[in-house]
Design a protein around this ligand. Structure first.
Ligand code: DQA
Length: 165
C-alpha cells in the first residue's frame, strides 16, 4: 500500500492523507525576472512567482518549496536531494533546457514525476531553443503562458500525483 493511502481496516481510524510536497526549481538568470527582458518574460519577479505557486499549492493542499540556481551542478544536487523529500518536481531549467544532459540524467535517475515549464513559447523563438533535453524525461511540458505556465504545470503535476495513488 502506498504510504499516502488511508488504512482501510474497519478497526483502524483513518488517518489524514499526508500532503504532497513539490520541489520547484528555477534555472539560470531567472533570479533576474522582473528586470530581465520583460517583453519576453513578463514583469513579475521570482519571489512574486514563488508566492503565487505557494498560494496555488495551498488551494490544492500541497506544499511548494522553491529554489533558484545559476549553477548546473547545484540544480543536479537539488534533484538528487529531492529523493524521499518531495513527490514531484516542477522545473524551469532556463537555458539549461537546451544544453544540459546532466540535468536530464538527474531527472531520469531520481524517477520523480517532473513537469517542465517555460514562461516564453520556446518553439516561437530562436531555433536553438526549440530542442529540450528535459522534455523526454518529463511527464509533460508547458511553454508560452507566462506565469500561468508555472501554475498550470503545478496543477498538472498534482493531478498526475493524485491520480497515481
Ligand atoms: C525560458 C526559456 C529559455 O530558452 C531561456 O533560456 C530562459 C527562460 C522561459 O522560461 O521561457 O532562461 O526557460
Amino acid at each position: 500500500m502506498s504510504d499516502r493511502a488511508v488504512a482501510s481496516s474497519p478497526n483502524v481510524i483513518s488517518s489524514p492523507l499526508q500532503s504532497l510536497s513539490i520541489l520547484v526549481l528555477h534555472g539560470p538568470n531567472l533570479n533576474l525576472l522582473g528586470q530581465r527582458e520583460p517583453g519576453i518574460y513578463g514583469s513579475l519577479t521570482l519571489p512574486e512567482i514563488n508566492r503565487l505557486l505557494e498560494a496555488e499549492g495551498l488551494k490544492m493542499q500541497v506544499k511548494v518549496f522553491s529554489m533558484q540556481s545559476n549553477h548546473e551542478g547545484s540544480l543536479v544536487d537539488a534533484i538528487h536531494e529531492a529523493i524521499g523529500k518531495y513527490q514531484g518536481v516542477l522545473i524551469n531549467p532556463g537555458a539549461y533546457t537546451h544544453t544540459s544532459v546532466a540535468l536530464r540524467d538527474a531527472i531520469a535517475a531520481v524517477s520523480l514525476p517532473t513537469v517542465e515549464v517555460h514562461l516564453s513559447n520556446i518553439y516561437c523563438r530562436e531555433e536553438f531553443r526549440h530542442h529540450s533535453y528535459i522534455a523526454p524525461v518529463a511527464i509533460g511540458q508547458i511553454s508560452g503562458f507566462g506565469v500561468q505556465s508555472y501554475l498550470l504545470g503545478l496543477q498538472a503535476l498534482v493531478h498526475h500525483l493524485n491520480s497515481a495513488i
